[in-house]
Design a protein around this ligand. Structure first.
Ligand SMILES: NC(=O)c1ccc[n+]([C@@H]2O[C@H](COP(=O)([O-])OP(=O)(O)OC[C@H]3O[C@@H](n4cnc5c(N)ncnc54)[C@H](OP(=O)(O)O)[C@@H]3O)[C@@H](O)[C@H]2O)c1
Length: 334
C-alpha cells in the first residue's frame, strides 16, 4: 500500500534529484518553491493573450520566444517595428503559433497620448488582454555629479510614467473582466542601491512603490495579479542602450556579459512566477541573490558590503574600465 510516508520519501527524493537541484538556484524562495512544486508555464499560459513591451531585444525578445513555445498569443511592442517583425518571424519558426496569433504593435513608451489607442487596438484584435508585461525600459551608467538633470527626467518619463501610462490604459479592461495579470520588470536596483545608476535605481524603486500600492488598492479583484520582477544582471542590450551623463551620449564600452545570467534562464523563471501568481520575484545569480536577502534582513551590513564593492565599481568606471564586469575584481585594461 502507498502510504503518506512513501509519498514524503518520493517527494523529497524528487525534489533533490539532479534536475530539481538545477532548479534550486537563481531565485527567491517563493519562486523556487513554485519552480519545483508549481504549475508549468506550458499548462497555465497556453492560449493566453500576453502583451510584452520592450519585445524588440533582450529580455522582452526572449519572453516572446518562450511564450510562443507555451502557446500564448502575443502582442509585441517597442519602437523599432522592423525588429518586432524579426522577433515575430522567429516566434513563428520556433512554435506552433499562426501568423494571426501575433500582433506587432509598435509603441513609444514616451508618447503617452498614444497609449489609449494602442491598448484599444490590442483589445480589438484579440478581444481581451490576459497578461501585460511592462518590460520596456532603459538603464544608466553615469555618476550623479556628472549627470544632467535631463537624464533623470528622461529615466522617470520612460521607466516610470511610460509604464504607469500603459498600465492605466490596460487595467480597466482587466477590472471589467475581473481577471488579468500586470507584470512589471523592475530590477535588483528597485530594491537595493546601485552606483552609476542613481536615476535608474530611483525609477525602479518608484515602480516597486507604485505596484505594491496598486496591488493593495485592487484587493477587491482577487483574480487580478500585480507582480514585480527584480532581476539582477542579465545578458541583453541594456548597457549598450543605457543613458549616460548627457541625453544623447552613448555608453563608452558596453562591457562583458559572461558573468550575467543567461536571458533564457531569467525568462523561464519569470514565466514560472507568472504561471503561479508570484507577486514579487527575485532572479539573480550569486552573489547578487545574497545581496537581496542581506538588504532585507541585515541592512546595515548590506550597506557596508555594497559600499565596499561599489567603491571599486566607481573607481574602475572613473578610470575607463569595464565597471559592469568588475564588481568583484579589479578590472584589467584590454
Ligand atoms: N538586463 C539586465 O541586466 C536587467 C536587470 C534588471 C532589470 N532589467 C530590466 O529589464 C527590462 C528589459 O531590458 P533588457 O535588459 O532586455 O534591455 P534591452 O535589450 O536594452 O531591451 C530594452 C527594450 O526596451 C525597449 N524600449 C526602450 N525605450 C523604449 C521606448 N521609449 N518605448 C518603447 N520601448 C522602448 C527597447 O526597444 P526599442 O529600442 O525598439 O524601442 C527594447 O526592446 C528593462 O525594464 C530593464 O530595466 C534588465
Amino acid at each position: 500500500m502507498y502510504t503518506l510516508a512513501d509519498f514524503r520519501v518520493n517527494w523529497w527524493a524528487g525534489a533533490f534529484s539532479g534536475q530539481a537541484r538545477g532548479k534550486l538556484k537563481h531565485a527567491d524562495l517563493t519562486l523556487l518553491w513554485s519552480s519545483v512544486t508549481g504549475h508549468s508555464p506550458e499548462t497555465k499560459l497556453r492560449r493566453l493573450v500576453v502583451w510584452v513591451t520592450g519585445a524588440s531585444s533582450g529580455i522582452g525578445e526572449e519572453l516572446a520566444y518562450q511564450l510562443a513555445k507555451c502557446g500564448s498569443r502575443l502582442v509585441l511592442s517597442a519602437r523599432r517595428e522592423d525588429e518586432l517583425n524579426r522577433v515575430k518571424r522567429c516566434c513563428l519558426e520556433r512554435s506552433n503559433l499562426k501568423e494571426e496569433d501575433i500582433l506587432v504593435l509598435p509603441l513609444d513608451l514616451l508618447q503617452r497620448t498614444s497609449h489609449a489607442d494602442k491598448a484599444k487596438a490590442a483589445v480589438q484584435y484579440f478581444g481581451h488582454i490576459d497578461v501585460l508585461i511592462n518590460n520596456g525600459g532603459r538603464s544608466q551608467r553615469s555618476l550623479f555629479e556628472e549627470t544632467s538633470l535631463d537624464v533623470y527626467q528622461a529615466l522617470m518619463e520612460l521607466n516610470v510614467l511610460g509604464t504607469i501610462s500603459i498600465t492605466k490604459h490596460v487595467l480597466p479592461y482587466m477590472t471589467q473582466r475581473g481577471s488579468g495579470s500586470i507584470v512589471t520588470v523592475s530590477s535588483i536596483a528597485g530594491l537595493v542601491g546601485a552606483p552609476l545608476s542613481t536615476g535608474y535605481a530611483a525609477s525602479k524603486h518608484a515602480l516597486q512603490g507604485f505596484f505594491n500600492s496598486l496591488r493593495i488598492e485592487l484587493t477587491e479583484y482577487p483574480n487580478i495579479l500585480i507582480s514585480t520582477v527584480c532581476p539582477g544582471p542579465v545578458q541583453s542590450q541594456i548597457v549598450h542602450n543605457a543613458f549616460t551623463e548627457e541625453l544623447n551620449k552613448p555608453v563608452n564600452a558596453p562591457g562583458l556579459q559572461e558573468h550575467k545570467m543567461a536571458t533564457s534562464r531569467c525568462v523561464r523563471l519569470m514565466l514560472v512566477g507568472i504561471a503561479n501568481g508570484v507577486k514579487e520575484m527575485w532572479i539573480a545569480k550569486q552573489p547578487f541573490l545574497f545581496v537581496y536577502y542581506a538588504w532585507q534582513y541585515v541592512p546595515t551590513f548590506a550597506l557596508f558590503l555594497t559600499s565596499k564593492l561599489g567603491r571599486r565599481r566607481v573607481e574602475n568606471f572613473r578610470t575607463g574600465l569595464d565597471a559592469d564586469a568588475t564588481y568583484f575584481t579589479k578590472a584589467k585594461r584590454s
